[in-house]
Design a protein around this ligand. Sequence first.
Ligand code: NAP
Length: 491
Amino acid sequence: MVARVIPVDPFDLVIFGATGDLALRKILPALFKRFCRGGFPSGARIIGAARSELEEGAFQEIVAKRLREDLGEQSVDPSNLKRFLSFLSYVALDGYGDLGWAQLTGLLSISAKDRVRVFYFSVGPKLFGPLAERLHQHGLPHGETRIVVEKPFGHDLSSAKELNRTLAGHFDEGQIYRIDHYLGKETVQNLMAVRFGNMLFEPLWNSQYVDHIQITVAESLGVAGREEYYDRSGAMRDMMQNHLMQLLCLIAMEPPAKFDPDAVRDEKLKVIRALDPVEPYHLVRGQYVAPANSPLDDQDYRNTVQNPRSTTESYVAFKAHISNWRWAGTPFYLRTGKRLKARSSVINVLFKDAPHSIFGEAAGRHANHLKIRLQPNEGITLSVTIKEPGPGGMRLIDVPLDMSFAEALGPEASDPPDAYERLIMDVVRGNQTLFMRGDEVEAAWAWTDPIIAGWEARGDVPKPYESGTAGPGDADVLMRRDRREWRGINP
Ligand code: NAP
């Protein structure tokens, strides 16, 4: 089955920060892939903007070089590339000054008045306010205007509120797209399809049948390249407050009345608001260290960030409870960390044991388990208990019913649209379902802030864990206290 490309109307997309890492590594490759899939309407325009003064055609050359390097020479068809580059133009522009604004205004004035106009703020958050102000000064926003803003959306509740106030001073909430690329993943949307499109799971999706849920986002890479930012943020702010909280919301939310942006976001917000504060003894912080007898290099957090006393966590795990009828009594265990043994993002829903085993003690304990893999190899596996084939009486084993998208849907499904590809097209279409609303972001910070404040007040020092392992031993203790264990972190 070939992934269907749903056409969009012609649009103008202005990328502020077009020469930066995010634009060159994620946004422009995603747009190129979309173009190659035939998802670009003729007449669409991508206008890069940054302060650097570039010669005519130099921006296109930079983009072409990065696409060839990152996607591989063989994956970049020269004629596709040439046509894609013809959609691109560049304006040297300063978000704080006057440079470039008249030129940008001139470029946009050529388009029809009702054409979708997207301004992607791929710049640091300090520039959001000045950019928004200048856009208005030059009369650039119109009815079909959307702005896209990147994480980090604030450093805490008060800075998030401040950012929201700044943007709200210039744009309606319906025009603001706060991107969290985890929400653009195929499996994340499939999670909603599996839950709300089938009768099979929803009746069991509650504390009566679900023993517990584990959400793991493990990364094998460290923080090299982002040292300064990361050492100010840590895993709680960088990953937990946004990506993992969003996954938790989608797993735990009530069925929305319809698949509509505000209906979905209202339900997600209710989950965050129903989260109990986390007890300190249900929290584990870790920091990676180089394995014994290895050089410190970038396998050692403090060495990488060049801060020998850093108490920033590169790992965090905790047990959370959602105080509502559906989930009272079912714990949610969340963990995320850097330099772990594999790159793996997985949600595990572990169902309770059957109430009574007719097969006796010898058959062992068996329980169904739904595994939702976000990366790598996106897919869903349901394990069911069957009889082990062969003689020797009734021995039971658990086998997977595997819904690997690649196997079920054919080879094209092994290359689903990249999260950025999907999300940018959703912006063009004006669909906010997979974007965070301002109140969601604030609620997530309101829940996260006291945890971080508690660490700071107690002078908490993260537990060391060796690079390449599953994280600090205390995270296993957290589980063992509840007679449970983490599922393995596998590539
Ligand atoms: P970056 O590599 O430092 O790029 C910043 C871009 O902004 C450059 O193109 C820079 O070009 C431009 N810029 C800086 N000051 C400007 C000004 N006054 N006016 C106009 N343009 C200006 O940063 P990045 O890594 O791409 O990150 C961009 C945003 O995305 C940040 O908020 C970051 O937190 C967020 N983010 C990044 C990633 C990632 O993987 N990189 C992931 C998630 C979120 P000039 O210097 O030529 O002006």
